[in-house]
Design a protein around this ligand. Structure first.
Ligand code: UT7
Length: 384
């Protein structure tokens, strides 16, 4: 870890990528599973369909896909990464961190890696931490990922929650630089008194897994929808205004708001609270539903793809979620768009590099086993 303190250092988003599973679950499909209708879901949430992981897909596999795309756009070798943060409430394991699985699969030998749990605000939390570490001169290159497989903790018999969630991942590469713009400011907040409003009751130290926790469906998301709705409608405009004030900017200067995608009615309330037309708030809820920590980076990628962001534009990401938590980030887009398409040679090189990384990882695992076997053998032969 090096320390290059410089007040002019800023964190710039130089790469972005997303991944969603192929399998689509429509409102019509859900209507065959629980007592609901396409009309109800569309009218109350704006969701039309969502993506659901299949066998062999996990939070890590989605995160890896998104991360590789982001690194490709940034033209950054994974070996240059100093930091990897994965924001998720559905990591592959409680430990090791999904970020460590990524570190290994990408081949990022000098990167610190950890997971971050801040519900649907997780991506903003991770972005803010990484941007501050880059700005302070601690690191030069960071990978920030929001990735979820909420379908694995969704109660598919509970119509009040199962219609809302989907799976996916989004990632950004942040690089320190002296150019103006980048992540201008962020605000993060929490109110733990609302923790029970959105909770995964069992599986932690409070309620370890037992037959009883499984049969009483405690390993699935529980939510007080209306209360979360009221909190979200209030906090979204509040957090957005706060971060813009901190950045010395105004609501009118924002080209596009990238809000957490939970419910179109929450986005409408946020637009009213901010006094801006709804079109200034990006929404892809209809296609993906709520993907928690992945929703903002996925929305960012799609906004870029649709040409809604230009160089020098001011954008404002804002989210809320379990905890309760909230966060917002003001970003001045500082790299040219559209991004250059990587050349074929580059793609082939990357493919080879990832294969090599995989082989190196297998070798390290094998070596560790050999080493353990050899130590055991010598111990038995020579005595303690
Ligand atoms: O990322 C953060 C996570 N969560 C959120 O952001 C969610 C925030 N909350 C919401 O988006 C909304 O509160 C929901 C979409 C969850 C629910 O919408 P609502 O307008 O608040 O509905 P409600 O809970 O007040 O329920 C109204 C009625 C109820 O029936 P009765 O009691 O009026 O007869 C529910 O039983 O709608 C019923 N209902 C449904 N009906 C058909 C609840 N879910 C469904 C459903 N299909 N899927």
């Amino acid at each position: 870890m090096s320390h290059r303190r410089n007040s002019l250092r800023r964190a710039h988003i130089t790469g972005w990528g997303m991944a969603v599973p192929e399998r689509v679950l429509t409102n019509g499909d859900l209507a065959t599973m629980v007592d609901t209708t396409d009309d109800w879901i569309r009218q109350r949430t704006g969701i039309g369909e969502r993506r659901i992981v299949g066998e062999g897909e996990t939070t890590f596999t989605l995160a890896l896909q998104a991360a590789r795309s982001a690194l490709e756009v940034a033209y950054l070798d994974p070996a240059s990464l100093d930091l990897i943060i994965v924001a998720s409430v559905t990591p592959d394991y409680a430990f090791p961190a999904t970020a460590c699985l990524l570190q290994d699969a990408l081949g990022a030998p000098k990167a610190a890696a950890f997971d971050l749990s801040a519900g649907c605000s997780g991506f903003i939390y991770a972005l803010s931490i990484a941007a501050n570490l880059l700005g302070a001169g601690t690191y030069d290159n960071a990978l920030v990922v929001g990735a979820e497989t909420l379908s694995r903790i969704t109660d598919w018999t509970d119509r009040s929650t199962c219609v809302l969630f989907g799976d996916g991942a989004g990632a950004v590469v942040l690089q320190a630089g002296q150019a103006p713009g980048g992540v201008l400011a962020s605000v993060l907040g929490s109110d733990g008194s609302g923790g029970e409003l959105l909770i995964l009751p069992a599986g932690g130290s409070a309620q370890p897994a037992t037959v009883q926790t499984v049969t009483s469906r405690q390993h699935f998301i529980r939510m007080e929808g209306q209360q979360v709705f009221r909190f979200a409608s209030r906090i979204m405009p509040e957090a957005a205004r706060q971060v813009l004030q901190r950045a010395g900017r105004t609501v009118d200067e924002v080209a596009l708001f990238i809000p957490h995608q939970a419910n179109d009615r929450i986005l409408q309330a946020a637009a009213r609270g901010l006094g801006v037309p709804e079109e200034r708030l990006f929404s892809n809820l209809a296609r993906y539903g709520n993907t928690s920590a992945a929703s903002i980076p996925i929305a960012l990628c799609e906004a870029i793809e649709q040409g809604l962001i230009k160089r020098d534009d001011l954008i404002c990401c804002v989210g809320f979620g379990a905890g309760l938590t909230w966060g917002a980030a003001a970003i001045q887009w500082s790299v040219p768009l559209p991004a250059a398409v990587p050349r074929r040679r580059m793609r082939v090189w990357r493919w080879l590099r990832y294969r090599l990384t995989q082989l190196r990882s297998r070798w390290r695992r094998l070596w560790r086993r050999l080493d353990a076997w050899l130590s055991g053998f010598l111990h038995r032969r020579n005595g303690p």
